[in-house]
Design a protein around this ligand. Sequence first.
Ligand SMILES: Nc1ncnc2c1ncn2[C@@H]1O[C@H](COP(=O)(O)OP(=O)(O)OP(=O)(O)O)[C@@H](O)[C@H]1O
Ligand SMILES: O=P(O)(O)OC[C@H]1O[C@H](OP(=O)(O)OP(=O)(O)O)[C@H](O)[C@@H]1O
Ligand SMILES: O=C(O)c1cccnc1
Length: 481
Amino acid sequence: MGYDNLTLHTDKYQINMMYAHWVQGSLNDRAVFELYFRKLPFGNGFAVAAGLERAIAYIEGLHFGEEEIAYLKEQEENYKEEFLQLLREFKFTGHLDAVPEGTIVFPNEPLIRVEARVFEAQLIETALLNFVNFQTLIATKASRIKQVAGDDILLEFGTRRAQEADAAIWGARAAYIAGFHATSNMRAGMLFGIPSKGTHAHAWVQGHETEEEAFRKYAEVLPDQVTLLVDTYDTLRSGVPNAIRIGHMLERQGKRMIAIRLDSGDLAYLSQRARAMLDEAGLPYVKIVASNDLDENIIFNLKAQGARIDTWGVGTQLITAGDQPSLGGVYKLVAREQEGAFIPVIKISGNPEKVSTPGIKEVYRIINRESGMADGDYITLREEEAVRRGEPIQLYDPLHPYMPTVIDKYEAVPLLQRIFQDGQLVYDVPDLEAVRVYHKQQLSQFWPQYLRKLNSEMYRVNISVAAWQLKLELIKRYREQ
Ligand SMILES: Nc1ncnc2c1ncn2[C@@H]1O[C@H](COP(=O)(O)OP(=O)(O)OP(=O)(O)O)[C@@H](O)[C@H]1O
Ligand SMILES: O=P(O)(O)OC[C@H]1O[C@H](OP(=O)(O)OP(=O)(O)O)[C@H](O)[C@@H]1O
Ligand SMILES: O=C(O)c1cccnc1
């Protein structure tokens, strides 16, 4: 079975449309689609873009093999042999622009823009949304956790509760981009170079006659990485005292125990008591790891209660984005070719938020020359030059149309980068460490009021006057029709 071929990782309606374009002779017409989300997850003030690396690998690997062709044939007898033959030769030949992973992004900004034969652009919609929606969601959740954890160490422990294997490893990667320090998933470690870390489970303790014997045997074989789980029977009466004995044993061997792990009960109280016991026993260097259904709110609370926790192991709530299981990113047609030129198209909706913004667009981050900080983002039509030349521009916020602002003395940083040009990868894909560093730099360009976890200030995403007028014009045209 071709588990690795993701070419049919698409919705059937995409193949139906490809077939219909082929029959109608419009398959080579070019189209432009933009991928964006409309609403920030978790009530956060920003999102962290992720998913591009997988999207790149997916596009490079697109290929209808004989297994895929045979399946299509079996599923739909209308598909003609010439169509299937064309699929055998299929490859992506278009342009793809995207916001680099780790970029701070906001609603309605194109994160990916695809300009290609409609035949190709349509096929890839589903997979692109699948990768970007999930990974951006998890990177954003991880970023919230990172924000409350400050300089504490964050371990990603989610695999056992993740929505299957892909979610586990790509989620671990997304968390690392946003500032987690390590993952427990060895495959994610191997594939992406994320540091891997692990303690031991309750089963190790339960599998011995006594807790002390379990700790001792573990410390004998892995003396340089001893983190002992102390809550199997009674944390303060048994677990911590036994761990202290092992700590002293290791000291006699010239080694140092690394940490204890708390995984149940009142983590604030237990960590304070355990800290005091370790300190009194002359083991102030032994750290305290906590786990047990943690998320950013519990971590924030534990810190407020004075918990003495150095390292946080976070699983379920992070990897499943427990409080919001999906980011509602969409992929919308914004322009199509007609007689050799692109014409803008719109999607009308009864819900004003869902009316698409027509035309091929760019998105810029407006950096204030004096402060070096981000003042807002600016969405323009691609052909608009004023912002690229640094001329004064009028920022127009559709949510606050009565407050237009004119700005100058800015630097406009285009967020979309060319990834594929005529089907060729032209982007120098950064390694994961570089993505992580870039993400940190991104954060440093935002004032704290946009980043705070609760009731953050709304960052302005403005639209150019030309893009706004085009939208109004198309809405009017469709109303008249
Ligand atoms: N001091 C605290 N303040 C707020 N939340 C806490 C505190 N200590 C633990 N929690 C969180 O409370 C939740 C439930 O903890 P609870 O003690 O009920 O479960 P448990 O420890 O698994 O149960 P048990 O002690 O029976 O094993 C977990 O998400 C845990 O992270
Ligand atoms: O709570 P999470 O944020 O999802 O973090 C991962 C959890 O997974 C493990 O528990 P599990 O009961 O699966 O195994 P164990 O016997 O090793 O505790 C671990 O002890 C954590 O509690
Ligand atoms: O290493 C650990 O302590 C760990 C790993 C996965 C899940 N829970 C805990």
